[in-house]
Write a new protein. Structure first.
Length: 327
């Protein structure tokens, strides 16, 4: 009887230990095949370009390819939903748009950013701005505001989706300026840029997809949205300098589905820490004037939680639920 009891106890202990042993063995061999990286924006946009450079560097650290899969639409939420719904085994990771802290509260996506995602790293920021075609009648931001006040809702602007950073930032600016613009949503910044270049919209509110076209003289940059003027466009004022107390930043972060094994998460954190400091990623960010804003997982998770709280006040101030329902 005692022998049988001893065997039962040992068998129970082995059963309890087995999952942890399996997890350790799994992590030790991770990754043994390519990793899919979901980019929730169209190919060719600023986020896509920088994320591809980041994934190239991360591939070296992981010893496996990190393959970018573009799943665009709904201001980044289609790709994020696919990420959150994936198997938490480390073979599906991706970019997390910080706007999920807003969309989740607006009921536009059924993802709780405080519960449904595992955070790997925050890597860089975005430089937002307001651009028009070179032949447009508005030479300055003051000209644009005056025209928008005289012709409410007549001036159209392209944005990377309703409720996203560019849409909300533009509406914040419009509220501060006492002007009204007509938002035209696209699936991403690259499509919004093409809308402006093709004359389908009057104005572009986007991250720095406009940068090379401004440098080439095809577009005119009226204002940027950061706290300080950008390095590449020192002659262009910020919204704040122009008299509008609006600052918009939307850092790019990397994450995975909740439930990622701890050892796998640690492996990814280490790889993306090195990748975020790599020459190709820093060069890709420099080309579009995007600041490097690296945070490791614990600090990044705290940043997301703080952003979630800040969005509550913004949603109420801009009456975003009503604004989006009318669009």
């Amino acid at each position: 009887m005692r022998s049988n009891r001893r065997q039962l106890v040992l068998g129970s202990l082995a059963a309890a230990i087995l999952p942890f042993s399996t997890a350790r063995a799994f992590a030790a061999g991770y990754p043994d095949r390519p990793v899919t990286f979901i980019c929730p924006w169209p190919a060719g946009g600023t986020a896509d370009v920088t994320m591809r450079a980041l994934c190239t560097a991360a591939s070296r650290e992981l010893g496996q390819s990190v393959v970018v899969d573009n799943k665009a639409g709904a201001s980044g939420m289609i790709g994020l939903k696919a990420l959150a719904s994936a198997k938490p085994d480390g073979y599906t990771i991706g970019q997390i748009p910080i706007s999920v802290t807003r969309f989740s509260q607006l009921g536009m996506v059924q993802i709780d950013p405080t519960k449904d995602l595992a955070y790997i790293a925050r890597v860089s920021g975005q430089t937002f701005g307001i651009a028009v075609r070179a032949e447009a009648p508005w030479k300055t931001l003051k000209d644009l505001v005056a025209d928008a006040k005289a012709n409410p809702d007549k001036i159209t602007y392209g944005t990377a989706g309703l409720g996203g950073a560019t849409h909300v930032g533009m509406e914040e600016f419009a509220l501060a300026a006492g002007a009204k613009f007509n938002a035209i949503p696209y699936k991403g910044g690259s499509e919004a840029l093409q809308g402006l270049m093709g004359g389908h919209v009057d104005v572009l509110a986007d991250s720095s997809s406009w940068a090379p076209h401004v440098k080439a003289g095809k577009l005119r940059l009226l204002a940027t949205w950061g706290e300080q003027r950008t390095t590449e466009f020192q002659d262009v004022p910020t919204l704040k300098e122009s008299g509008y107390n609006v600052v918009v930043d939307a850092p790019n972060g990397i994450g995975a589905p909740k439930g990622l094994p701890a050892d796998v998460l640690a492996r990814l954190r280490a790889a993306f820490k090195v990748a975020a400091a790599s020459p190709e990623f820093t060069a890709a960010c420099a080309r579009i004037d995007a600041p490097l804003l690296y945070l490791d997982a614990p600090e990044y998770e705290k940043y997301v939680a703080a952003s979630y709280e800040k969005e509550k006040a913004l949603i109420q101030r801009l009456k975003l639920k009503e604004l989006i329902s009318k669009s």
